[in-house]
Design a protein around this ligand. Structure first.
Ligand code: EPU
Length: 485
């Protein structure tokens, strides 16, 4: 990622407006203010890596060691949790990825002070939400990152009101937030929808009984944060059991919350009147780790994936063993050694502890090289097969029928010009390119930069032939939308 001088001011294009709450004649009024963001704070509006591509030459096995970063999907709710307290929150093992910068911009646009560490303090962020002048998540930010909706619950709980843009369509499916809204209503919030925004208010949230119609990860997290500051007890049923939900509960409890049952489908929260600051280390990224596990298995490598939590990868590791991959684990690493032929195995994505939808695309790349036919069923999102079209361009044999993809394996792949459509689809194409004959040019790698920290450097350090090239174009000339996932 490029380093932008700190002393440059934000360009007016795209710099968000904020609003101050001012008391006048006994009434709270909103007064608009233009935020003095540094140039780097506004970088999200025109990503500097928009034109970057990866050039990947296939054929090398992945060897040696690779280190896993902190989990993006745990770091995002943890940063939103800072809204719940006036005291500073110190978060460690924060991945250096674009979505984290987006979340920082979002918090800054509300009036928070967010320090992202550099040098020795790299991967640490300190967030202070002492003065939140503007409890709003603007469309410009929400449209680039759906996880921005995670601020909804914390804002209503702490500020008594929130204005959050509806996220709209997404590359992988419809992804509504109706369950977040229904849950907040259950906690006593009044919700209005106007001009593409959700406006939620409540003098004080009160405990309630929430039964999720469908398991939702960020929905569980959003409402857990809201209920932590509600009056009385909340019971939430049919909750997501993902490790990221558990990590958030651990953090909230360090802040003074009273949460039990995170990691099971029923979570009980005794509301408290205030939460304080805390220091917390984010769990390792199980999806990044899993991506490297598959890459090592596919390239016939011998790779140790370090600094991860193997118990969060159980469904993936079991599936790979079924495919004939040799996997050994220690407390915090996975070693993949694969000299054998891969065997096809069917797969269905499920909520945790099932096989993660976020690993489906990468598994499809592996299935193209396995002996036999694999049927991959996507049960979480309705449109998460965009990578199949690009894999076809590299020589794969895949037929998509609704929520199923039929992958006929053992087809040689050849390098081609291909395009990323979303974060995990991009990872699948990188993996496929590592075994393709010749050179693959991967376009729109800004999708991968949203959630993988310097993936090209990590893979190069493990014998992968991959480099980033940027087109020499003025940054501001590029005005195409950034993908959403
Ligand atoms: N859903 C609803 N209504 C809601 C919320 C969800 O119908 O109010 C549906 C969704 O449309 C989907 C299903 O429920 O069909 C599950 O969606 P979920 O809410 O669990 O997804 P999410 O919380 O928006 C998180 C991850 C995703 C990951 C999914 C599923 C974060 C920031 N994002 O999204 O990660 O795919 O859970 O595990 O935690 C990624 O990292 O690439 C990514 C997309």
């Amino acid at each position: 990622m490029k380093i932008i001088p700190k002393n440059r001011q934000a360009g007016s294009a795209g710099a968000p407006m904020a609003a101050k709450l001012v008391k006048s004649a006994g009434e709270l009024k909103k007064v608009p203010v233009r935020l003095k963001l540094r140039f780097e704070d506004a970088a999200e509006y025109v990503p500097e890596n928009l034109m970057d591509k990866f050039v990947i030459r296939g054929g090398n096995p992945l060897l040696g060691n690779i280190r896993v970063s902190g989990a993006k999907n745990a770091a995002l709710p943890a940063m939103a949790a800072a809204i719940l307290t006036e005291e500073p929150l110190i978060l460690e093992n924060i991945p250096d990825v674009r979505d984290i910068q987006t979340e920082r911009n979002l918090l800054v646009s509300m009036g928070a002070e967010v320090e992202l560490g550099y040098g020795r303090a790299h991967h640490r962020t300190t967030i202070s939400c002492r003065d939140l002048a503007n409890p709003e998540a603007a469309y410009e930010l929400v449209k680039t990152m759906r996880a921005s909706t995670l601020v909804l619950g914390p804002l209503v709980a702490r500020m008594g009101r929130a204005r959050v843009s509806l996220p709209g369509g997404c590359a992988i499916g419809a992804r509504p937030i109706d369950l977040h809204i229904k849950g907040l209503e259950q906690l006593g919030a009044t919700i209005r929808q106007e001009h593409g925004y959700i406006e939620a208010s409540a003098e004080r949230l009160r405990g309630g009984h929430i039964v999720f119609d469908k398991i939702t990860v960020t929905g569980t997290e959003d409402l857990m944060m809201a209920a932590a500051l509600a009056d009385g007890e909340t019971v939430m049923e049919n909750c997501a059991r993902e490790p990221e939900v558990v990590d958030l509960a651990v953090l909230l409890n360090k802040m003074g919350a009273k949460i039990e049952g995170a990691g099971t489908s029923t979570i009980r929260i005794k509301g408290v009147s205030r939460l304080g600051g805390a220091r917390h280390r984010i769990i390792p990224d199980r999806i990044e780790a899993g991506t490297f596990v598959i890459a090592a298995a596919l390239t016939g490598g011998d790779l140790s994936i370090n600094n991860c939590e193997p118990r969060h990868l159980s469904a993936l590791l079991e599936k790979l063993q079924e495919c004939g991959v040799t996997v050994t684990t220690t407390r915090d690493s996975v070693r993949v050694k694969n000299g054998h032929r891969l065997k096809a195995a069917d797969l269905s994505t499920e909520e945790y502890p099932g096989f993660p939808t976020d690993m489906q695309a990468q598994y499809m790349a592996l299935a193209t090289q396995a002996e036999g036919t694999s049927i991959i069923t996507e049960n979480i999102f309705e449109n998460r097969f965009m990578h199949a079209q690009e894999l076809l361009r590299m020589g794969a044999n895949i037929k998509v029928e609704g929520s199923r993809a039929i992958v006929r394996g053992h087809t040689p792949l050849s390098g081609a010009a291909v395009q990323c459509s979303d974060l995990r689809a991009s990872a699948s194409l990188v993996i496929a390119a590592l075994v393709a004959e010749g050179e693959t040019i991967l376009d729109r790698v800004y999708h991968i930069d949203r959630g993988y920290e310097r993936i090209e450097e990590k893979l190069r350090g493990a014998n992968g032939q991959i480099r980033r090239i940027g087109e020499i174009l003025p940054r501001r000339a590029a005005q195409v939308p950034v993908g959403v996932a």
